[in-house]
Write a protein that binds this ligand. Sequence first.
Ligand code: ACM
Ligand code: ZN
Length: 536
Amino acid sequence: MKVFNLFSKLFLLLGMIAITNQNVQAQVSIVPAPNHLKLGNGFYNLDVTDVIEFTDDQVKTLADYLREQVFALTDVNVKIAQRKSQGKGINLLIDASISDNKEAYTLDITEDNIKVVGASKQGLMFGIQSLLQVIYPNQKNGEIVEIPVLTVKDQPSFKWRGMHLDVCRHFYSVEFVKHMLDMMAMHKLNTFHWHLTDDQGWRIEIKKYPKLTEISSVRPETMVGHYVEENQIFDGTPYGGFYTQEQIKEVVDYATKLCITVVPEIEMPGHAVAALAAYPELSCTGGPFEVYTKWGVSDDVYCAGKEETFEFLQNILSEVVELFPGEYLHVGGDECPKKRWENCPLCQKRMKENNLKDEMELQSYFIKRMETFVASKGKKLIGWDEILEGGLPERATVMSWRGYEGGIEAAHTGHDVVMTPGEFCYFDHLQGDQEYEPLSIGGFTSLNKVYQFKPVPPELDKKSRKHILGGQANVWTEYITSEDKVEYMVFPRLCAMSEVLWTNESQQNYEDFVKRLKVHLKRFDSLGVNYRPLDE
Ligand code: ACM
Ligand code: ZN
């Protein structure tokens, strides 16, 4: 009888351990999945007596960030101190020797303390994000928070892990842009591509050209319904908005604290109608124009024959480079119809004088001149894959959106590439059955489809692979009329994007991802994020 009792107790105990481990497994739901994660037994008990310790000055902002985030998640108010580790507590360190990859980090949680080591400040930030994600969602008890014992050793697969946001078709507040940066940081994304100018609105203050904000930032009205509908309807209401240079700096500083680089995009030579509404003399025909009220592509573009066009754009870029400390400047380059250039005496004269055989080469001439200017400012030019047409500037980086082909061609010829093929990376596409989804541009890019995205296409030869910097999600906003709808279109697809850019391909597993995502979405619930629910 006694022996039986002993066995039954042992059995019960083993069962309990198994259940606890299972719970811990479910609890550890880091997105994107770390490349090496080893679960231990037991917990670190976090409480108000805890101190976040650091020695390196540059870590202070991260210690502050961690303290704020821990409080937001748990109501536990820990302290920070610049001092050597004293045992219990959270220890933040930078140690370049842990990896050649500066974004690498390690996270060690024992019952006695928590240690996060980054190969750089960025690496440390990513380690902090993993630590925040092992705190199970909705633990606002303000007392003791159990953090599972584990070890993580991690680094990203790609160095460009981005999200793009079009603020021209619809405009979003500074607060919302910062919120999206917070969400990017949570997912270890490091590049925010800010699409600031387009036909339907100019959104960045340029001191030298005040009419860009007075006139170009407001369109008289907006299309209602889908672009392809036979009877196009307009709402009759002016729509506008722009960011002052002070606001731009505020966003860039905020991003910098989150270890995110902001890449501004100033579109040329096409997608320029908003600017031309204020400065029609920079077009081939002289206008007049109004800020574009419908979606789609306009034939009216900057005149490539006029020196004033180059002067104007270079003056704009001179102000832009002062606002954005990152190394890249995006000049658009996509969807530039050649109709006006074909009929413009000045554009034709420019072609003749420079021995350019067609308008494609005139576009290449345009982008090459801009590249020389951008390089003179110490920046690298990046543009959509149309910049390949007519010849690519020697140092340009290509963002491949019309499939993989442009990116493959660019990489083969030694250019760096960011892959954003529409099929996988366009978050304006539908993510479910059209009947149940809000109005969108169309297409179909489900969560699963995003998870299948491979930034390096298999057909790319080994030598060229190193040119693929990474990928990004593109959020075009013709049909994204509100900030809530941006969230709906972005989440949880951005979670999948983060995993294909961060986690080794060999470790990616959609079923496992969805299992973790179910816990991860509880974090979104507590933040009030308006994500699209998972399909049953
Ligand atoms: C693009 O989608 N026009 C780059
Ligand atoms: Zn012209």
